[in-house]
Each structure stands twice: as structure tokens, then as C-alpha cells.
Design a protein around this ligand. Structure first.
Ligand SMILES: Cc1cc2nc3c(=O)[nH]c(=O)nc-3n(C[C@H](O)[C@H](O)[C@H](O)COP(=O)(O)OP(=O)(O)OC[C@H]3O[C@@H](n4cnc5c(N)ncnc54)[C@H](O)[C@@H]3O)c2cc1C
Length: 459
């Protein structure tokens, strides 16, 4: 058997890829693992363009992967931040109903919060809202004391440091874009813009590009990544006092987005947003950014048109708001009526990687697909940053089981065992990060896979 450069290559230096590599490196010291990031710095996309909120886990369907990993990941993240001196603040948040019509949804959310065992969650009235956030007005709300804020970029950088510290053979390499996979009998060559690396296993955590990376492996992702841009404004320094912590509206359960909210960031600034508009560029942060390839990929997919047809009213509203400060402000004034146009100024934008199914359904839960010696993370939307360490645990469990990692450090197994293990890790997919469904015996098992975009070579 040929020696490989790394046992595992993780594609993507966002928080999910780094947390997964960190968990694997910690659980299996001696394994050589590389994280390849195409940009010149880590956390360049979603991880570096988000709201920085350590979500409580309140919103998610009880029992779903999001609910489970968010609660677990949050607790671990707070400990991790304290241990490594990463600034964070468990400042709590309020969710505010401003209209009678929202009360039913607020109550449902409260029940969900209780079912998810969110510590300290309280149903509050108008007076208590004003006590917590003096500038905010509402008729009822929820107080969620365990929600917090953090700088996820710092978390990502610390994870990278720890991965490399775990073993001499571990590498976190920026400026390495994965452009293909060459399949050999006992290893895969990961082809990058700067040469190739041989590896036994690959974990795809490429965020906005994850469906494309899956296709490079010859896998049909079954979903398409549709980019949704979120624009933020920020409060001017003079207006910052109007927000003490985090103020959220009651979300519309039809959408996986939480609605425009106020977030006090860890550096003391206060961001307002994000909205959610269909974007014509996956990594485009300007309002008019356009990519022919990205637009074609989105618009040539039936799911996108079905989603447009189902949600055109909502989409149109979001579009108008994206181009009109007045409309954006009106949304914010529902929560803080005293806010004026002079109090807000445009700031950053972020783009969400939202997996969309062929029927136009926005995939809500995390979605991970396993295919031979690959694991593909195909939907890791919010709260994946808050939940990243718990997602890392799940991926480590999957990798340990399906890649047979316990033995890998012992190196150079007899080929017979290898073949057996190869058979064991034939395909499977799971919404969420829970247990894999029972494997069906596939006729093709044991046969060489048609490589799709990837090419298979003999050793
Ligand atoms: C506007 C916005 C607000 C959000 N707010 C929150 C929040 O408050 N709390 C929270 O928990 N979550 C939040 N999220 C969600 C959270 O940011 C994401 O779920 C999380 O960052 C996903 O991490 P990731 O590593 O999967 O993706 P990313 O951070 O996007 O990382 C993927 C990486 O893969 C790299 N890559 C892609 N293709 C290749 C390739 N071919 N070769 C090498 N590298 C490649 C990319 O350059 C990128 O760095 C928010 C997201 C957005 C967009």
C-alpha cells in the first residue's frame, strides 16, 4: 500500500471544517490531517460574515440535529472560549412580539424552548421588555438568558492553531483551492491549484461551494446550494446605547431565517440585520454582484423556480428592503420605534449557503452525506457556527465508524482488511448529524464506482 500525505483532508477552512478537523485530531492523535482553504485566510466566507451569536437552540424542532447540536455545541463553545481567552459575552436575548397576531407564534416558540430545555427561558410582558432593553417596545416577549455573542473568526483561528499543535503532520493550508479528485485504488489524490496531496479520506466542508465539491467527487448532492445575501446596517456611535444586548423579532416559521434583529457585537458595535435576498453570486457581498456561473447554477435548477413561486411575496419584500434604507429602517422601528435614519449606516453583508431541495423546499436541518471514503457536509446553516464543536463531534463519530479510524494510526493494514472496510463504508446519507440509516446491500457494492468528474487511476 502506498503511503499517503495525509490520512484525512478536510476541504474548507470555515468553522465547520476546522472544528471537525480539531475533533478528529484530538480523538485520534497520530493521524495526519490537513485542512485546505482556498482563500488566503481562514473563515473568509460565512464564518467571517455572520452575526456572531451563540444561539441557545430555542428555535429548532425538538430532537432535530440542529436542536441537539446547538445546545451541546453552545455549552462547549463557551467553555472553549473561556479556556482559550476568546472574548465572548453571555448577554442574553429577547424575542419581541409587537403585534397581537404574533402572540400565537410567540407561545409556540416558548413551548419549543421548553421542549428543548433552554435554561432560564421566560415568557415576559411589556414592562420586563423595557427593563431589559429600555428603547425596545413590544407587547410580549421571551427572555433567553443563555444566548451570547462571540467572534467566530477568533474561534476558527484558535481551532487551526490547535489542529497544527496536535501533531507535526497536521497542516492548515490557506490559498489551496481544491479543484478535483483523482481516485486510485487505495488513496485519493486531492488536486489543488498548488499541486496535489494523497489521502485516504476526504471531508467536504466547503460551505457555499459544498455541492460543487461533492460533484467533483462524482456524487449527486441531491440538493443545490442557493446563496442568500444578508445586508447589515450598524448603529452610529451616538445611537449604540439604544441596544444593550440582542433584540429579535418573532420569526416566521415558514423560513429558516430569523428576521432582521439587533446584535451587540463583541467589539461593542451594534449591527442591525440581516435581511435575506436571493443572491446572483455565491461569494458576492455587494448588492449588485453577479456571477454568470452562480446565477446559471441557481436559475437552471427547478427547485429555485418552485421556491420563487411559493415565496414571491416574501422575496419581493426582502428585495425592496435591500435597496431602500427607509424600508429597512421601518422593519427596525417595529422593535425600537425611536430609531431614526440618522442612527443607522450600512455596514457588512454575509451570504448564507442554503441547501434547496428539488421541490423548492429550503432544507432546514443539517444535512450530511457519506459516500465511500468521503463525507460531504451539504447543509450547515445557522446555528452551525454556534454548534460547530458539536458538529465536529458528529463528524468525528462518523469518520471513526465509517473510515475505521481507530486502526489508522497503526498504519499499513493488510490489504484484505482494507477491502473489507471499503465495503463497509459504501454510501449513505442522513438529514442531520444523527445515526446513519441502515445500509442497504447495493448491487454495485464492490464494483468500481463510475467516477463522474473525478478520475480513477491505478496505483
Ligand atoms: C449573514 C449570516 C449570519 C449568520 N449568523 C449566525 C450566527 O449568529 N450564529 C451562528 O451560529 N451561525 C450564523 N450563521 C451561520 C454560520 O455562519 C454558518 O453556518 C457557518 O459559518 C458555516 O461554516 P462552514 O465552515 O460550513 O462554512 P464557511 O464559513 O463558508 O466555510 C467554508 C470554507 O470553504 C472554503 N472553500 C470552498 N470551496 C473550497 C475549495 N474548492 N477548496 C478549498 N476551500 C474551499 C471557503 O473559502 C470557506 O472558507 C450566519 C450566516 C450568515 C451568512
Amino acid at each position: 500500500m502506498q503511503n499517503v500525505d495525509f490520512e484525512i483532508v478536510v476541504v474548507g477552512g470555515g468553522i465547520v471544517g476546522l472544528a471537525s478537523a480539531y475533533k478528529i485530531a484530538s480523538a485520534h492523535p497520530g493521524i495526519r490531517i490537513a485542512v485546505l482553504e482556498k482563500e488566503d485566510f481562514l473563515a473568509a466566507h460565512q464564518t467571517g460574515h455572520n452575526s456572531g451569536v451563540i444561539h441557545s437552540g430555542l428555535y429548532y424542532k425538538p430532537g432535530s440535529a440542529k436542536a441537539k447540536t446547538c445546545a451541546k455545541g453552545r455549552e462547549e463553545l463557551v467553555k472553549f472560549a473561556a479556556e482559550h481567552g476568546i472574548a465572548h459575552d453571555i448577554c442574553g436575548k429577547i424575542i419581541v412580539a409587537t403585534d397581537e397576531k404574533e402572540l400565537v407564534r410567540l407561545d409556540e416558540l416558548f413551548e419549543k424552548g421548553q421542549a428543548n430545555e433552554i435554561e432560564g427561558i421566560e415568557r415576559i410582558g411589556a414592562e420586563r421588555i423595557e427593563e431589559i432593553e429600555p428603547a425596545c417596545r413590544g407587547i410580549a416577549g421571551l427572555w433567553v438568558p443563555c444566548t451570547g455573542i462571540i467572534d467566530f473568526v477568533q474561534v476558527a483561528q484558535k481551532l487551526a492553531e490547535l489542529i497544527e499543535a496536535q501533531g507535526d503532520g497536521n497542516k492548515v493550508l490557506t490559498g489551496h483551492e481544491v479543484i478535483g479528485f483523482e481516485k486510485h485504488d487505495f488513496y485519493t489524490k486531492v488536486v489543488t491549484n498548488r499541486g496535489g496531496f494523497s489521502t485516504k479520506y476526504v471531508i467536504n466542508c466547503a460551505g457555499l461551494q459544498c455541492d460543487r465539491v461533492a460533484k467533483l467527487d462524482g456524487v449527486k448532492p441531491g440538493v443545490r446550494i442557493i446563496p442568500f445575501r444578508g445586508d447589515y446596517y450598524e448603529l452610529t456611535e451616538a445611537a449604540r446605547d439604544k441596544v444593550k444586548g440582542l433584540i429579535y423579532p418573532v420569526p416566521d416559521p415558514a423560513f429558516p431565517f430569523l428576521g432582521v434583529h439587533f446584535t451587540r457585537m463583541i467589539d461593542g458595535s451594534v449591527e442591525c440585520g440581516p435581511n435575506a435576498v436571493f443572491s446572483f453570486k455565491r461569494e458576492g457581498y455587494g448588492k449588485t454582484d453577479f456571477s454568470l456561473r452562480d446565477s446559471w447554477d441557481s436559475l437552471a435548477y427547478w427547485g429555485t423556480w418552485r421556491m420563487f413561486m411559493k415565496n414571491w411575496m416574501y422575496g419581493l419584500g426582502e428585495y425592496r428592503r435591500a435597496f431602500s434604507k427607509k424600508l429597512f429602517l421601518r422593519g427596525l422601528q417595529r422593535l425600537i420605534p425611536s430609531l431614526g435614519a440618522e442612527d443607522i449606516k450600512p455596514c457588512k453583508a454575509g451570504v448564507r449557503a442554503q441547501a434547496l431541495g428539488p421541490k423548492g423546499e429550503l432544507i432546514d436541518d443539517f444535512f450530511i452525506k457519506r459516500e465511500r471514503n468521503f463525507i460531504h457536509v451539504l447543509n450547515a446553516p445557522s446555528p452551525a457556527a454556534a454548534a460547530s464543536l458539536a458538529i465536529g463531534d458528529c463528524i468525528n463519530e462518523m469518520a471513526t465508524e465509517y473510515f475505521g479510524l481507530e486502526d489508522k494510526v497503526k498504519e499499513k493494514e493488510p490489504q484484505k482488511t482494507q477491502r473489507k472496510r471499503k465495503g463497509k463504508s459504501e454510501g449513505g446519507e442522513t438529514p442531520g448529524t444523527g445515526k446513519q440509516p441502515k445500509r442497504k446491500k447495493r448491487k454495485s457494492a464492490g464494483k468500481k464506482r463510475k467516477p463522474g468528474n473525478a478520475s480513477r487511476k491505478k496505483d
